[in-house]
Design a protein around this ligand. Structure first.
Ligand code: CA2
Length: 163
């Protein structure tokens, strides 16, 4: 049944967070990041999450503090965090500390494989506080992250057609 616009549901929420420059997806560097746009990624996450009864709240920011605030806002309200911190991955101890204070599953996802790129991308300060990290699989990595979150939360997918 359709939920009226603005209605509050009790479905668990995934806070989907995208770091700096990911708003440019599909516009530059397709040889590294492909041709899908950020909206395509968000649509994909929503599509995979929906049969598990999961809602998705998406935030993209080029500013570290906005992402820290979004992680704080997820505490005691969202069931899980799915984050691609962008370049903040490699040096943001503020995002590390904010995630450390989040109680639910945290999935870190990267579109490319940072370990196969420049040496400075080989360190993630987010991985030590993530439940799991998926790299190098493009949009498929986001699909797998949603499935991992659902598994961690003990949620099974429904077909949506009651028999
Ligand atoms: O592979 C990933 O998902 C990254 O998190 C992407 C970050 C990079 O700094 C990380 O090392 C790995 C960069 C995101 C920049 O996204 C762009 C997309 C299109 C055009 C330009 C940048």
């Amino acid at each position: 049944m359709a939920v009226p616009f603005g209605a509050v549901t009790d479905r668990p929420i995934i806070s989907l967070l995208h770091g700096p420059n990911l708003n440019l997806l599909g516009q530059r560097e397709p040889h590294i990041y492909g041709t899908a746009t950020l909206d395509d990624y968000v649509d994909c996450v929503r599509t995979v999450a929906d049969p598990f009864g999961l809602d998705v709240e998406s935030t993209q920011s080029n500013h570290e503090g906005v992402l820290v605030d979004a992680i704080h806002a997820a505490r005691n309200r969202c069931a899980a965090v799915l984050i691609n911190p962008g370049a903040f991955t490699h040096y943001s101890w503020a995002i590390h500390d904010a995630l450390a204070a989040f109680a639910g599953p945290i999935l870190e996802v990267h579109i490319s494989n940072p370990n196969a790129r420049e040496a400075w991308r080989h360190t993630s300060v987010v991985s030590p506080v993530a439940t799991g990290t998926i790299v190098g699989l493009g949009m498929h990595g986001y699909e797998l992250a949603v499935q991992a979150i659902a598994r961690r939360l003990g949620l099974a997918a429904t077909t949506g057609t009651p028999s």
